[in-house]
Design a protein around this ligand. Structure first.
Ligand SMILES: C[S@@+](CC[C@H](N)C(=O)[O-])C[C@H]1O[C@@H](n2cnc3c(N)ncnc32)[C@H](O)[C@@H]1O
Length: 278
């Protein structure tokens, strides 16, 4: 392999992957910003840098998500480590965080539960912005919990605790002021699972039985046992699941049921308050 300059190797990459992706990958390997690539186009790469970049270009051309290659993704106001054991946090999930923050006062210690925490993006962000609150975050995946725990430590967030649990199974009688969740909600036969980034993400994080409603239904039915009186449940769901979600919430005796649109105007989060005393 002859020595290649930044400009030469980028030209090679442009024929195989998106230009922006090529820049991002090379910036990550060289630990430089975009301006550096432009102003140092004749810098020669080491053999190791060259091989690393060419390997990533090949993987990216096969569809591997950028976040899995560079091992991180920005969410809200932090950068989270990710691996193929966790869902890549999505911008639309920031709506769930905003709604959770609106329901959580800054001057009082609330107890918050995040179900299916994955990388910990939701739980850690809420804990970061509500320092008096205690956040418990669960996931059934041991690998996900280990990444979430790493992210909390890396971001120095100490008011969040991670538990390996099949939804509520390890929470005995614990009660919360707010339960938030972005559960798996894609139907198992949905063709989108064979497209784009979804092909590389864990099925456990993406799909659920009963047209994608299985986990949501279990969570809505069980949440009342773990909610304080007047506590709230907020769930992220698919673009066409708001009505089904609202019916489940009504059947579960929730009140103040509402759905909220994401930035694209799609109903993305539904929730309600549990006011029946237990
Ligand atoms: C859609 S992902 C959400 C990840 C993360 N909260 C986010 O928004 O980026 C759903 C998560 O639920 C977890 N999960 C699936 N089944 C579960 C179960 N039975 N109990 C607990 N967590 C589960 C998956 O491992 C995955 O991390």
């Amino acid at each position: 392999m002859p020595s290649l300059t930044i400009e030469q190797i980028l030209r090679h990459a442009y024929q195989r992957i998106d230009k922006t992706d090529a820049h991002l990958l090379l910036q990550h390997i060289l630990v430089v910003n975009h301006a550096f690539l432009l102003t140092h186009s004749d810098q020669i790469l080491t053999l190791e840098q060259t091989n690393h970049f060419l390997h990533w270009v090949l993987q990216r051309s096969e569809g591997v998500p950028i976040a899995y290659l560079i091992g991180q993704r920005e969410f809200y106001d932090s950068v989270f480590k990710v691996s193929d054991a966790v869902l890549i946090p999505r911008p639309e999930t920031e709506l769930l965080v905003d709604l959770a923050l609106n329901l959580t006062p800054t001057n009082r210690a609330c107890r918050i539960l995040d179900l299916g925490t994955g990388s910990g993006a939701i739980a850690i962000t809420v804990a970061k912005h509500r320092a008096l609150s205690q956040v418990i975050a669960v996931d059934v995946s041991v690998d996900a919990i280990s990444i979430a725990d790493w992210n909390a430590k890396n971001l120095r967030i100490s008011n969040v605790r991670f538990v390996i649990s099949n939804w509520f199974s390890e929470l005995s009688n614990e009660k919360f002021d707010l339960i938030i969740t972005n559960p798996p909600y894609i139907a198992e036969n949905d063709p989108h699972l064979q497209q784009g980034d979804l092909r590389f993400e864990p099925k456990l994080a993406l799909s659920a039985d009963h047209s994608g409603m299985n986990c949501m239904s279990h969570i809505i039915q069980t949440a009342p046992q773990h909610l304080e009186k007047d506590g709230w449940l907020l769930l992220e769901h698919g673009y066409d699941q708001a009505d089904k979600c609202k019916i489940l919430l009504e059947n579960g005796n929730f009140t103040n049921i509402c759905s909220y649109p994401d930035l694209a105007g799609i109903m993305r989060v539904s929730g309600g308050q549990f006011s029946v005393s237990s």
